[in-house]
Design a protein around this ligand. Structure first.
Ligand code: FE
Length: 333
């Protein structure tokens, strides 16, 4: 009897220690580059003692996996690029709303879901880039102006299949309405110097080689390419400074609907929004911190400051299918 009691007590102690150990973890599905995200998680573990178990996958695969796993998912938090992806995860009912005064304070309203299911953690600017041997910054004004026939045969674009351009066009629809957005995109297509490219780096290289004079890219690709080849004749231009601002998007995160460690996931998300973590998260990819109290890395700061669009990024998701149809109609491949 006494022996039985001792063993019961022992197993209870063992069980509770397992529970405690389990409680000190958070599981993350992330589409961020493995090398880049690991220092963020390591710093969080050092700070809180909560271990981060993470796996890396493409954005679409993360959403598919989460859907397939349903209630059995081990994932507490997902981290993806582009608000369009986060919006889809929320619409598929894969995320849970988060009530956090810390997040509401640290992340501006236009960079988070009005339903509180996802929060932008870093900002990427999709702006105009040009060949400074061919044109001057004074020749440029807005995204809309790139539809003007004066740019015929001078524009390079990435494929419309990439979510970055789908989000850009979705935001144009949100700003101008469908018909005006369609005539702008049609103008772009009419001005193309070459077939569309599969990625932003190829757009940058084509402009540097003089195949075209101007294009639209995410600034971190510009930063990466110039680290490799600092003498390329490329420069960034901040369009729409007198009206809507530069098109921005986010890398962001949300807590899964069936999270087993929602409190730890919330702690990680809140910590990622703090100044301490913001630079770690944004700087590694040459992005901008989402928290406006945090300065961009020095290298990024050298590209100058700009007025960003403050239209809520949930529009990028809500209008994505309309944007895809619009681009198809005008022959943007
Ligand atoms: Fe990218």
């Amino acid at each position: 009897m006494k022996i039985l009691k001792i063993s019961t007590i022992l197993s209870l102690i063992l069980l509770s220690s397992v529970v405690v150990a389990n409680d000190q973890i958070v599981s993350v599905y992330s589409s961020r580059n493995e090398e880049l995200i690991r220092p963020v998680f390591e710093a969080f573990t050092k700070k809180t003692g909560i271990k981060v178990i993470h796996s890396t996958n493409e954005d679409a695969a993360i959403i598919q996996k989460l859907k397939a796993e349903g209630k059995t998912t081990p994932a507490d938090l997902i981290i993806t690029v582009d608000a369009g992806n986060l919006w889809h995860a929320a619409r598929e009912d894969l995320l849970t709303p988060i009530s956090s005064t810390t997040l509401d304070h640290n992340i501006p309203a236009h960079l988070r879901d009005p339903g509180h299911k996802w929060f932008g953690m870093s900002v990427r600017a999709r702006t105009i880039v040009y060949n400074k041997d061919k044109i001057k910054s004074a020749d440029l004004t807005t995204y809309e102006d790139l539809a003007d026939p004066k740019w015929k045969g001078k524009l390079c674009l990435r494929t419309s299949k990439k979510v970055y351009n789908q989000s850009l066009v979705a935001m144009l629809i949100a700003e101008h309405g469908h018909d005006k957005a369609q005539s702008i995109v049609k103008g772009w297509v009419g001005n193309l110097a070459t077939d569309v490219f599969s990625n932003d780096t190829l757009v940058l290289k084509a402009i540097a080689e003089g195949k075209c004079q101007v294009g639209i890219v995410n600034t971190y690709y510009y930063g990466r390419l110039l680290r490799e080849s600092p003498n390329l004749p490329l420069a960034l231009f901040w369009p729409n400074q007198k009206n809507t601002g530069v098109h921005v998007n986010v890398s962001g995160a949300g807590i899964t609907k069936f999270a087993k460690h929602p409190e730890n996931a919330k702690a990680l998300l809140e910590w990622m929004s703090t100044p301490e973590a913001q630079n770690l998260f944004a700087d590694v990819n040459l992005e901008y911190p989402a928290n406006p109290e945090v300065q961009a890395a020095e290298e990024v700061g050298r590209w100058g400051t700009f007025k960003p669009s403050t239209m809520n990024l949930s529009q990028a998701g809500a209008l994505q299918s309309e944007a895809i149809k619009l681009m198809d109609v005008v022959g943007y491949r």
